[in-house]
Write a protein that binds this ligand. Structure first.
Ligand code: MRU
Length: 347
């Protein structure tokens, strides 16, 4: 993001999170001095987006570690693991969260014979490294992805996969940023992304700040735009990718992929390796978070539907790999992803 606004940072042994529930109207930081506050921020989506919650999980664990009182290594590790479990439990779909927390737990485990103070310092350093590496990966994703975008393209994106959803720069929005710098983008269509409106509140905010021409559309407009040949490519992020390339992303992504397929529009998924879950074979194994019904029944605190109506609120859907033109990662592009081609990034 521009103008020195970080999504998440580690400063003076505190985790600073830009409160995404207040954007685009105010840029307010939540300063977390304990891991429970970080966990609450992830759960309530004050911070959101798979890579960003991964970084928050890592920093939350490092913060939790600093507060553990014991100097006995085994006890320290037990307490640390229990904090890790609580952080991972905040949101079930994004792989980045458990990936990042487990990365820190492995460091602690490997260094279990060292003094607790040393392990704590290592965890802080590692959490900051998770953030830095994420930004570097996004820049690579941006460069690879831009090579797929044709000059003069109108691109559609869904939800927010920008600087706010990551350590910085963004995955899908990173591709758009890089392609814009290469003068390939004419316009970006932004799905508003019901029910939490990440497109309207966050992606629109980032694109306006960056002065990239962007048009906000409601989630049900994409089909007619594709029919009118107004969209040249769809680029989205992902929350968890199975080892065969099936990709979970914000609810509403799958119908976009179906529409893109029908209209012959390329459909790209941009995500770092930390989103790919090698332990699951297909998208059928991805746990889809079901969120509070209120998100459907209310718009910014105001009730919009009658009492007594039934509601479902799955936060994500899964796009089968057959509908994905390419997955763009920091390691390269996987065209027509399937379980064999995915091995390139699973190594
Ligand atoms: O519920 P959210 O806002 O955390 O969902 C975010 C998304 O689905 C993003 O598209 C995904 O995490 C990719 S972020 C680079």
């Amino acid at each position: 993001m521009k103008r020195g606004v970080d999504t998440i940072k580690w400063k003076s042994n505190r985790v600073w999170l830009l409160d995404q529930t207040q954007l685009p109207f105010s840029k307010r930081y939540i300063v977390c001095s304990d891991y429970l506050r970080v966990a609450r921020a992830i759960k309530t989506m004050e911070i959101r987006g798979a890579p960003a919650i991964g970084i928050a999980g890592a920093m939350g664990l490092a913060l939790g570690a600093l507060k553990i009182k014991t100097t006995v290594q085994d006890r320290f590790l037990r307490e640390l693991r229990s904090i890790g479990k609580k952080l991972i439990a905040t949101r079930p779909t994004a792989h980045n969260l458990e990936w990042a927390v487990n990365r820190l737990l492995v460091i602690a485990d490997k260094n279990r014979t060292k003094p607790v103070k040393t392990i704590k310092n290592m965890l802080t350093r590692e959490a900051v490294a998770v953030l830095k590496e994420d930004i570097a990966m996004n820049r690579k994703i941006g460069d690879y992805g831009a090579s797929l975008i044709k000059k003069g393209s109108n691109v559609l994106t869904h939800c927010n996969a920008g600087a706010l959803a990551t350590g910085g720069y963004g995955t899908a929005l990173g591709v758009i940023r890089s392609a814009w710098k290469q003068k390939k983008i004419k316009k970006v269509f932004v799905d508003e992304t019901r029910p939490r409106l990440q497109g309207a509140m966050l992606t629109a905010f980032e694109l306006v700040e960056e002065r990239i021409p962007a048009v906000l559309i409601s989630d049900n407009m994409a089909g007619s735009l594709m029919h009118r040949k107004a969209i040249d490519a769809v680029v989205v992020g992902a929350d968890r990718i199975a080892s065969n390339g099936d990709a979970a992303n914000k609810i509403g992504t799958y119908p976009l992929a179906v529409l893109a397929n029908y209209h012959g529009v390329p459909f790209y998924v941009a995500a770092p390796g930390s989103t790919i879950d090698p332990s699951i074979k297909t998208g059928k194994n991805i746990v889809i978070e079901e969120r509070d019904k209120k998100e459907m029944l209310e718009v910014r605190g105001k009730r919009i539907a009658p009492e007594g109506i039934g509601v479902i609120n799955p936060a994500f859907d899964v796009t089968p790999h057959e509908l994905i033109t390419a997955i763009i990662t920091e390691k390269g592009i996987i065209k027509n992803p399937d379980k064999n081609r995915m091995k390139k990034v699973l190594r």
